[in-house]
Design a protein around this ligand. Structure first.
Ligand code: MIG
Length: 823
C-alpha cells in the first residue's frame, strides 16, 4: 500500500518505516522533542453501505463515512476513522436538515451514487474518492484527489484530519472571511487561528476571525465547501501542488458541507441558510459612527458630539473605549472622568447620539471587584488542565477569563449588562476576544472549556471563544432591552457569528495600502456570510492626511458598518480635523449615507430575510468572465449601486469596469454601457458611483441622525431602462423585532421602459404602514418628451422637468401602477 507523508509526497511502506526508525532514534538522542507520528491513514476500498433516513453510512471495514442529504443542493460529509462519530454539535450550523424533495441511493459496479433533484454525490468503491456532480450538466463540481485521511494525535488524542480535492487549472477561489490579500485565493495557503493582529500587513495570516468556508468557480459554475471545524484549520488552494485544493485541521472531525451553486450568489445564500443571517440591526446602527481610543473625560465626549451638530455633519453614535472604566474593570465607570454616566448618556441622547461602550473578556483578579467575585464563586472562569485558573495579563493587569463556551456563563455575562442598559447604553463593543493576552498572545492549548457540554481544550475552543462572547452579549442585551434590537460589535468570531453582531476588521493602519486591503476585506467578509462589516475609517494606527481620510470616508459610505476610529497616540480624527476642502467633502458623503438610508436599510433586509450578501464583488456579478475573478476594486452595494473606491493618492480619474446592463453615472447622470471599461472623473470630491438602469432608489431627506425628522415624503429616484428591473423598498419600526411578526412594509417596484413609455408598478406586502402619504419622483434618463402621466389610470396634471432634465412629480404612496407616455 502507498502512504503519503506530511509533505504530500508519495512514499512506499518500507520508506515510511525507515522514517519512523529515524525519528525514533532522534527522539532517543534528544528526548525533549515530541515524537510526532507521520503516518497518515487513508480510507481504503468501500466494503459496505447502510442507509438511515437522509444519512448514508459507507465503510471500508474500519473507518466510516456519513453522507447526509441536507437539502436538494447541500450534502454533508463526515469521517469517523474507527467508525465512531462524535456527537452531533455545531456552534455554526442552525439547521442541519432542510427541506429535501427526494433523494435515492444507487449501486453501480464501480460506485455508489446518492442523488437529489439537483446534485449527485458519487462514492467510488475502489478508493473511496467522493465527488459531487451537477445533474443538469453532468459536470463534476468537486472531487477528491486523494481519499480522506487522518493522523493520530498522540499528545491530545483524536486525529489531525485531511481532505484533498482536485484543483482544476482554471479554477478560482473566494471566501474564507478574514484574509488581507487578494480577493481571489488561488495559489495561496491559509490558516485559521483567531489572532490579535495589531497593524496587520497585506497577506498576513491568520487574522482575527475564522470562517472556514470557501467557494470555487470553474467552467462558469460555482460551489462551496464549509469545513465546520473549530480547531486550527488550514486551506491550500493549489499552492503546495497546483493540482490540489486541501483543507485540514489539528483535531476534531473531518466534517464538511458541499454547497451547490451554480451561481456564486446561490452558494452564499445556501451557506447563510445553514449558518444564519444577521438580524435586522437597529436603524441607527447603519448611520455614521464616531469612535476613538478614547474619548474622555465627559467634557471631551460632549465636545465631539456637539462638534458634529454645530458643523451639521450627521452622526448617530459615539463610542467609549476602555478608558471609561475604573482601572479597566468591565462594567464599572471611572467616576473621575464620568461622574454621572446616566446623565451624560441622557444628554447625548437629547442631541441624537447613541452611546456604545467597550467590554473586554479579561476580568481583573481583585477580590473587591464584584464581577471577579461572582465569577470566582460560581466557577465561571477558564481553568488549565491541572485545574489552576487560566491567568494572563491584559489591560487591567492580572486577569481571569469567563468560559463563554459554557451556557451558564453566557447567561451570567449577558445579565451583567443590566446596569449599562439601565443607564441608557445603546450598544456594546466586544474587543480582545480572540482571546488576546499580552505576551503569550492567547491561552495555552491545555485550557479546558465546557464547549456547551461537549468538552474541549483551548485547541478546540479557541476559534469559537469570541463568537460565544458576542453571542452572550447579544442575547443578554436582547433580554434586557425587551423588544428593542441590540447593537453589538465584535473583533473575533467564527462562522455563524453574523447571528450575533457586526464586525470591524481590527487594527489597520493609516496607509493607502490599507485602504485597498479594507476594500477587499469587506467584500470578502460579505461573500463569506458576515456582511455587516467595516474598517476603522482613516486607519487605526498612523496618521492619514486629509486626502486619505476623505477617500476612506467615501469608501466607508458604502461599508455596511461605517465607523471612524483611531488609536490614542494619533492626532484628532473627526470628519472636520483636516480643514477644507475635506470637511465639506466628508460632510457631503456622510449626508449621502443618510440620504440613501432607506436603500441601505432595504439591502440589510434583503440580507436578513433572503440571505443576499450586502457587498457583491465583480466575480459575483459576472462569474462567467474569468477576467472578473481578478477584479477586486469595484463592488455593488445591494444590486443597484456600483461603487468604485479611489485607492490611489492624487488620483483625479480612474478606470472602472461596469458589468452587464446599462449604468448611470451617479454624479453626471450619463448613461454608460456595461461589459466594458470606462475612464471616469474621480477628483477628490467624487468617488465614482453608478446606478443600474431600471433601479428605484428610495431617498430620505438628510438627517443629523436616524429619526431626527419625521419623513414627510420619500423621494423615489428612478432610472429609466429599456428592459425590466425589480427593486425593493423595506421599512419598519427600525428598532423592534416586530418584523418577525410581519410588521413591516416590503415594497417591490417593477420598472419597464420602451421608446415611448415607462411603466412603474408597485406591490406592497406586510402589516406596517409608514406615516408619510407622498412619494416624490425624480426620473432620470427618459429618452422621450413626456406627454401624459397616469397614476392608477388617473391622469396627473402636475409634472415638470427640472434643470438636470429629470422628470419630477408627486403621487400618493399607495399607487399600483404609473404610466409615463411620451412622444
Ligand atoms: O490592545 O481598547 O482593536 O479598536 O481601540 C488594544 C483599545 C485594545 C484594540 C482594538 C482597538 C481598541 C483598542 N484595543
Amino acid at each position: 500500500m502507498e502512504e503519503i507523508n506530511e509533505k504530500g509526497k508519495e512514499i512506499k511502506d518500507n520508506e515510511n518505516i525507515q522514517e519512523i526508525v529515524e525519528q525514533t532514534i532522534q527522539h532517543l538522542n534528544n528526548p525533549v522533542t515530541v515524537l510526532k507520528p507521520i503516518v497518515k491513514k487513508y480510507l481504503s476500498a468501500v466494503t459496505k453501505v447502510l442507509n438511515e433516513g437522509n444519512k448514508f453510512f459507507f465503510s471500508d471495514g474500519d473507518a466510516k463515512v456519513e453522507i447526509r442529504v441536507v437539502s436538494d443542493e447541500i450534502m454533508r460529509v463526515r469521517l469517523a476513522p474507527h467508525g465512531v462519530f462524535l456527537e452531533e454539535f455545531s456552534y455554526a450550523v442552525k439547521n442541519v436538515d432542510q427541506k429535501v424533495t427526494t433523494f435515492c441511493l444507487e449501486e453501480f459496479e464501480d460506485k455508489y451514487t446518492i442523488s437529489t433533484n439537483t446534485i449527485t454525490c458519487v462514492v467510488r468503491k475502489q478508493d473511496f474518492h467522493i465527488s459531487f456532480v451537477e445533474n443538469r450538466s453532468q459536470m463534476v463540481m468537486s472531487q477528491d484527489q486523494a481519499p480522506m485521511h487522518w493522523e493520530e494525535n498522540v499528545e491530545f488524542g483524536g486525529y489531525y484530519v485531511y481532505a484533498t480535492k482536485t484543483c482544476l487549472p482554471e479554477e478560482n477561489f473566494f471566501g474564507l472571511g478574514d484574509k488581507s490579500g487578494n480577493l481571489n485565493l488561488r495559489g495561496r495557503h491559509f490558516q485559521n487561528w483567531n489572532t490579535d493582529a495589531y497593524s496587520f500587513a497585506w497577506d498576513q495570516d491568520p487574522l482575527y476571525r475564522t470562517i472556514p468556508f470557501y467557494t470555487g468557480v470553474h467552467d462558469q459554475s460555482a460551489y462551496g465547501i464549509f469545513f465546520d471545524n473549530t480547531f486550527r484549520s488550514y486551506f491550500d488552494f493549489g499552492k503546495e501542488d497546483v493540482n490540489k485544493t486541501s483543507f485540514w485541521a489539528d483535531g476534531g472531525e473531518l466534517q464538511y458541507y458541499y454547497i451547490h451553486g451554480p451561481h456564486l450568489m446561490d452558494v452564499v445564500k445556501r451557506y447563510q441558510s445553514l449558518t444564519g443571517t444577521h438580524p435586522m440591526p437597529p436603524k441607527w446602527a447603519i448611520g455614521y459612527h464616531q469612535c476613538r481610543w478614547s474619548y474622555y473625560p465627559e467634557s471631551k465626549v460632549k465636545e465631539i458630539a456637539e462638534g458634529f451638530r454645530s458643523r451639521n455633519i450627521p452622526c448617530d453614535a459615539i463610542y467609549l473605549d476602555i478608558d471609561y472604566m475604573d482601572g479597566y474593570r468591565c462594567f464599572t465607570w471611572n467616576k473621575k472622568y464620568f461622574p454621572d454616566p446616566k446623565r451624560m448618556i441622557k444628554e447625548l441622547s437629547n442631541i441624537g447620539f447613541k452611546t456604545v461602550v467597550m467590554i473586554d473578556p479579561g476580568i481583573k483578579v481583585d477580590d473587591n471587584y464584584w464581577v471577579f467575585k461572582e465569577g470566582k464563586e460560581n466557577n465561571y472562569f477558564c481553568r488549565r488542565s491541572d485545574d489552576y485558573f487560566m491567568e494572563g495579563h491584559v489591560w487591567p493587569g492580572r486577569c481571569q477569563f469567563p468560559d463563554f463556551t459554557n451556557p451558564t456563563v453566557r447567561e451570567w455575562w449577558g445579565g451583567l449588562y443590566k446596569e449599562l442598559v439601565d443607564i441608557g447604553v445603546a450598544g456594546v463593543w466586544n474587543d480582545m476576544n480572540e482571546p488576546a493576552v499580552f505576551g503569550s498572545g492567547t491561552f495555552p492549548n491545555d485550557v479546558r472549556h465546557n464547549f456547551d457540554g461537549y468538552r474541549g481544550s483551548h485547541r478546540k475552543a479557541h476559534n469559537i471563544y469570541g463568537m460565544q462572547m458576542v453571542r452572550s452579549t447579544y442575547d443578554g442585551l436582547k433580554k434586557l432591552m425587551r423588544n428593542k434590537r441590540p447593537f453589538t460589535i465584535t473583533r473575533a468570531g467564527y462562522a455563524g457569528m453574523q447571528r450575533y453582531g457586526c464586525v470591524w476588521t481590527g487594527d489597520n493602519v493609516a496607509t493607502w495600502e490599507h485602504l485597498r486591503i479594507g476594500n477587499i476585506q469587506c467584500q470578502r467578509m460579505s461573500v463569506s456570510g458576515v456582511p455587516f462589516c467595516g474598517t476603522d475609517i482613516g486607519g487605526f494606527s498612523g496618521e492619514p492626511d486629509g486626502e486619505l481620510f476623505t477617500r476612506w470616508i467615501q469608501m466607508g459610505t458604502f461599508s455596511p458598518f461605517m465607523r471612524a476610529h483611531s488609536a490614542g497616540d494619533t492626532a484628532e480624527r473627526e470628519p472636520w480635523s483636516f480643514g477644507e476642502p475635506f470637511t465639506s467633502i466628508n460632510r457631503k458623503f456622510i449626508e449621502l449615507r443618510y440620504r440613501l438610508m432607506p436603500y441601505i436599510y432595504s439591502v440589510f433586509w434583503e440580507h436578513h430575510r433572503y440571505g443576499f450578501p450586502i457587498l457583491r464583488p465583480m466575480v459575483m456579478l459576472e462569474q462567467d468572465k474569468v477576467s472578473n475573478h481578478y477584479r477586486e476594486d469595484e463592488f455593488t452595494f445591494g444590486d443597484k449601486i456600483m461603487v468604485c473606491p479611489v485607492l490611489e493618492q492624487g488620483a483625479i480619474s480612474r478606470i472602472v469596469y461596469l458589468p452587464k446592463g446599462k449604468w448611470y453615472n451617479f454624479w453626471t447622470q450619463e448613461l454608460l454601457e456595461g461589459e466594458k471599461e470606462h475612464h471616469v472623473q474621480a477628483s477628490i470630491e467624487i468617488m465614482p458611483l453608478f446606478v443600474r438602469a431600471g433601479s428605484v432608489i428610495p431617498e430620505y431627506p438628510v438627517m443629523q441622525y436616524v429619526g431626527e425628522k419625521n419623513v414627510e415624503e420619500v423621494l423615489l429616484n428612478i432610472y429609466y431602462a429599456d428592459y425590466e428591473v425589480n427593486s425593493f423598498f423595506f421599512e419598519d419600526h427600525g428598532d423592534t423585532f416586530a418584523y418577525e411578526q410581519d410588521i413591516y412594509s416590503e415594497k417591490k417596484f417593477r420598472v419597464r421602459g420602451d421608446e415611448k413609455s415607462l411603466l412603474i408598478e408597485q406591490t406592497i406586502d406586510g402589516l406596517y404602514t409608514p406615516n408619510y402619504e407622498w412619494y416624490c419622483y425624480n426620473i432620470t434618463g427618459l429618452p422621450f418628451t413626456v406627454k401624459k402621466i397616469t397614476v392608477d389610470e388617473q391622469e396627473l396634471s402636475e409634472f415638470h422637468m427640472d434643470l438636470q432634465g429629470n422628470l419630477r412629480f408627486k403621487s400618493n404612496k399607495n399607487f399600483a401602477d404609473i404610466r409615463i407616455s411620451g412622444i
